[in-house]
Design a protein around this ligand. Structure first.
Ligand SMILES: [Cu+2]
Length: 441
């Protein structure tokens, strides 16, 4: 039964919460911080702990992907049509965990409005980067700036797909320009690299400058200028002609081949922000770091979900998904082009735990490990359960950027000359199957 508007709970822009806080209305941001502090403190055996929830995305691996690089050991879906809906269900579960912390029943997950004027000018909202926070008369480490692992992770596939993402209990997540590669073969180089960046505030400035460059124009890597224009990509993805193309990089690149028209999938600017916040620089694999050797958690799929900023980023991605749905009359149904590239379980990253290789993905594919109560029983969520965020899931989004962006049908219908497309070639996808770099540029 559709929920009434008055019952809808609103995910607001984090910048709005910050503004309120600075004007003296501190409770909403304080409650958010309290909720995050709470789930991070839960033991790693607790299903609502941040270690368990953040770990669903990638490491710690399970299923066939635990020990075989032909599979993906995380539950996340990338490079296929389940990318937007899997992450939608994921945010819901994280939000439920936040609300389970005493006194936090009203907390909603805010979004980082990545294409707001403020972000385009200054980068990441301060609530995600500020070193400390005042909570209940105490100064605590800002719960949103990192996560200290409550349990260690062992990467059994190292050196596949790219690096060793083993990280011990007590490891604290890092962002650009730092490196979080702390496996036995990387530790010494990482210590030397991170020692060059001892000042927290200076690092935040480097991070924000990098994010602004990615959002607005270009980055310079190894003396080469690489256009990024993530703001434009978010705008362009709203013009994607159908859900299949909109939803993922694999289908969008097939569409470009087939139709000779530029199609930007939501996943592409999403990938870019991962690389902007984390950096990624592995010799002979790929380099997206203006500062050499930056390898923060957000830049790789294995541990990205364990940096709290992941969820504020994905909340924005989910909002853009909803904006696309509203603009294209797709709030009640989504259509998938059957058997199109991007609809197979092996596309891009490899089958997730329990998924059969070379199986077709549909709106009825399970979004494991997320379960839903149905007739007194638990069953996996499917994409069909999370098409309409308001009537099916009971939440909506507060005001922010990209709203009312005029959809100029003519633009969408005009083939973009091939020359304007940027193609990255010479990448062996097998070596980097679980990564964010495919079609990030
Ligand atoms: Cu992501």
């Amino acid at each position: 039964m559709p929920k009434k508007d008055s019952l809808l709970r609103v995910r607001r822009s984090l910048q709005d919460l910050q503004d309120e806080y600075l004007k003296g209305q501190k409770k909403p941001l304080e409650d958010l911080m309290r909720a995050w502090k709470g789930i991070k403190q839960l033991p790693p055996t607790d299903p609502k702990s941040f270690f368990v929830l953040g770990g669903y995305h990638g490491e710690p691996f399970r299923g066939a992907g635990w020990g075989s690089s032909s599979f993906w050991g995380g539950y996340c879906n990338h490079g296929n049509i389940l990318f937007p809906t899997w992450h939608r269900a994921y945010l819901l579960k994280l939000e439920e965990a936040l609300q389970s912390i005493p006194g936090c029943g009203d907390v909603m997950l805010p979004y980082w409005d990545e294409t707001s004027e403020d972000s385009l000018k200054n980068g990441i909202p301060w609530a995600l980067t500020q070193k400390n926070f005042e909570l209940d008369g105490q100064t605590i480490p800002n719960p949103l700036r990192s996560f200290v692992f409550t349990k260690g992770i062992v990467d059994h596939l190292s050196p596949f797909p790219d690096a060793d993402y083993s990280k011990p209990k007590g490891y604290e997540t890092v962002r650009y320009p730092l490196s979080g590669l702390v496996g036995p073969n990387d530790k010494a180089a990482t210590d030397a690299h991170n020692a060059k960046f001892p000042d927290y505030e200076a690092n935040v400035k480097l991070l924000n400058a990098n994010v602004v460059n990615w959002l607005t124009s270009s980055i310079v890597v190894g003396g080469q200028t690489i256009p990024t224009n993530v703001h434009k990509k978010y705008q362009d993805c709203l013009e994607a002609p159908n859900y299949t193309v909109f939803s993922n990089t694999t289908s969008a690149s097939a569409w470009q081949d087939d139709s000779d028209t530029l199609a930007v999938p939501l996943e592409s600017p999403h990938n870019s922000i991962h690389l902007a916040v984390g950096g990624f620089d592995l010799p002979n694999v790929f380099d997206a770091s203006p500062i050499e050797g930056a390898n923060g958690d957000m830049g790789e799929n294995d541990t990205a979900g364990l940096d709290p900023i992941f969820f504020f980023h994905h909340c924005f991605v989910d909002r853009v998904f909803w904006l696309w749905q509203k603009a294209h009359g797709c709030t009640e149904h989504l259509e998938i082009i059957p058997k199109y590239p991007g609809t197979n379980s092996v596309d891009n990253q490899g089958p997730t735990p329990g998924t059969v290789p070379n199986a077709w993905l549909t709106l009825e594919s399970p979004l494991d490990p997320f379960k839903k109560e149905d007739g007194g029983k638990q069953r996996p969520y499917t994409s069909l359960d999370c098409i309409n965020i308001e009537s099916q899931l009971g939440y909506t989004y507060g005001p922010g950027s990209l709203e009312g962006q005029t959809l100029v049908a003519a633009v969408a219908a005009t083939p973009a000359p091939r020359g304007q497309m940027i193609r990255v070639s010479g990448i062996n996808r097998n070596r980097i199957r679980g990564s964010f770099m495919i079609s990030a540029f």
